[in-house]
Design a protein around this ligand. Sequence first.
Ligand code: NAP
Length: 254
Amino acid sequence: MSAMLEGKVAIITGAGSGIGRAAARVFAREHAKLVLADWIEEGGNETLRVVQDLNAEAVFIKADVSKWEDAKSIVTKAVASYGRVDCAFNNAGIEGASATTHECSEENWNKVIAVDLTGVWHCMKAEIEQMLKQGHGGAIVNTSSGAGLAGVRGMPAYVAAKHGVAGLTKAAAVEYGRERIRVNAVCPGPIRTPMMARLLGERPDAEQRFARGGPLKRLGEAEEIAETVAWLCSDRASYVTGVPMPVDGGFMAQ
Ligand code: NAP
């Protein structure tokens, strides 16, 4: 069987860490040409080295997705490097400071919404403009969350942003289906990444306690999200669009 993303030009945001880096590795294995974006050069360049060691064609661009000009520059880089954009994984995100709804500061709210919701919209806007220009469809996968399907305590802006990403995914799927642009989202459960380590904090048993709450009794690995994203980006998922898909070890099934 040929590689799932053979020759496809793929954008990955938040590529410098966690799920984004795992996606870069899986996309490289599946023979995609990669445009890696992150707002921190160090992590992004490390991911670039990792995928180049896997013989992938790849470039890195420093970009803050909360800024429209930066989001647009990711697509410009893809077109300058490889001539087109076939798929995109809009994954960059932040968790924000922990606070309940009435305690959440205006600053925390604005920052999380700017990256996690507006950032995804910026990327989609630039990518869809380019895909429409190309005229041969495309596939977009956005990172929502279990917190995009249900409420979670202490992170109201994150929950609102991730529900927003699920909504935006459906809106774009409905708008661009005719142009053969598929738009889906992944809704990861608790995944072992630097973000999850920050959320779990210092308590040594925090991970086990959290993991016990789900049917599979463990956290997920970033690669388990990346495999789903690669499939959703590939032609093997050709009839899948408009879906915020839980990849969560069954947490949402409870
Ligand atoms: P991570 O390890 O913190 O990776 C996120 C990456 O995105 C980091 O490199 C981060 O840089 C970068 N980033 C943050 N804001 C950015 C911006 N404005 N522009 C460009 N890059 C930016 O987190 P992760 O766990 O892999 O999370 C990836 C995505 O999955 C996020 O959208 C997150 O909300 C979502 N998610 C994660 C989990 C989980 O359990 N881990 C569960 C559900 C959903 P810095 O590290 O410098 O901020």
